[in-house]
Design a protein around this ligand. Structure first.
Ligand code: SAM
Length: 313
């Protein structure tokens, strides 16, 4: 199973290298430069370029120090165009091949690809969520809590695991266009006791007095401003001494590791408006601003968690 997931995601890492090589990024990093300094030289968006640079550090092609990036010894040797062992011509050729390979199926199958329905999207997320839900439920202690709200709960895999382990009264908040798909998966998993509330967690009332709130794989598709808003709303929705559980690909404060989180930031550049992956400190800063007082960091095998507590007033 690990092999299948790894192989199916390998194109992302390949494309990080190919994109950088195609735009001769390494030629400009024999000297250390920040993303802001490098962006005009490459005619790049500084914000997006920084995500690429962090991913290149995660893959070992760059080194980062004090906010500046420079070539690793391997990149200096093979990826700078003045070098004798320069591989860039071949990499640019490979990048042109990548664009052709992205259409491989069109050369083989004589029908249109299937559109992704909301149900299929949630089932795709569910394949990962079910692998991680038991581990999350074991890692966070919700003993003695009675209610849980799961914001953007998707397939419900996490709400099911937490509700079953801690006997919680659980509510999933989902957008109206997705809520039916959530209900269908809950039905298939025999979890009809979990409520689905159709609401937008950034605009609508989603209830009050919850003992725990789960924010799983949400922060990465929201901008910083929307995350701030979300956590203010979560704080208001929690009872005194309630906890928020933020579960996601969370970066180290360098923003260059773990590798999966640094590369996933680029996936969100392509799939969201202003989203990316965030660091431990960034998540904790939003929670602190919202009013949460104490924090716990938890490492899971494939993801990370920050738990924030609301104190008694
Ligand atoms: C990346 S999925 C995460 C699903 C689940 N929490 C998990 O960890 O697998 C994001 C989910 O949030 C929902 N969502 C996105 N924006 C939302 C909003 N403003 N209000 C409520 N749900 C939202 C989407 O429909 C989707 O099911």
């Amino acid at each position: 199973m690990e092999r299948i997931v790894e192989l199916a995601s390998a194109y992302r890492e390949a494309k990080v290298l190919l994109a950088a090589a195609s735009y001769r990024l390494f030629d400009h990093l024999e000297e250390p430069r920040s993303a802001a300094e490098l962006a005009p030289r490459l005619k790049a968006d500084p914000w997006a370029l920084e995500l690429l640079l962090n991913a290149l550090v995660a893959l070992g092609f760059l080194e980062k120090s004090g906010g500046r990036y420079r070539n690793s010894p391997e990149a200096s040797r093979y990826l700078v165009s003045s070098g004798e062992e320069y591989l860039g011509h071949w990499l640019r050729h490979a990048d042109r091949g990548f664009k052709k390979w992205a259409k491989l199926e069109e050369a083989i199958f004589k029908r249109e690809p299937e559109e992704e329905s909301r149900l299929e999207f949630l089932l795709a997320l569910d394949s990962m969520a079910r692998r991680r839900a038991e581990e999350l439920a074991e890692a966070v202690n919700l003993s003695g809590r009675r209610s849980l709200v799961d914001l953007g709960g998707g397939s419900g895999a996490y709400a099911i695991a937490l509700a079953r382990r801690y006997r919680l009264d659980a509510t999933i908040v989902e957008l109206p266009d997705t809520a039916d798909a959530t209900r269908e998966i809950l039905r298939r998993r025999g979890a009809r006791d979990i409520r689905v509330l159709e609401a937008d967690f950034l605009r609508d009332d989603f209830g009050r007095g919850y003992d725990a709130a789960l924010v799983s794989n949400i922060v990465h598709f929201l901008s910083e401003a929307k995350n701030r808003l979300l956590f203010r709303r979560v704080y208001d929705a929690l009872a005194e001494e309630g906890v928020v559980i933020v579960h996601d690909y969370i970066l180290d404060d360098s923003r260059t590791s773990p590798k999966e989180a640094a590369v996933f930031a680029l996936h969100m550049l392509l799939s969201s408006e202003g989203g990316r992956t965030y660091s431990w400190s960034e998540v904790e800063a939003w929670l602190r601003e919202a009013g949460f007082k104490s924090f716990q960091r938890i490492e899971l095998s494939e993801s990370r968690v920050v738990v924030g507590r609301k104190e008694k007033t």
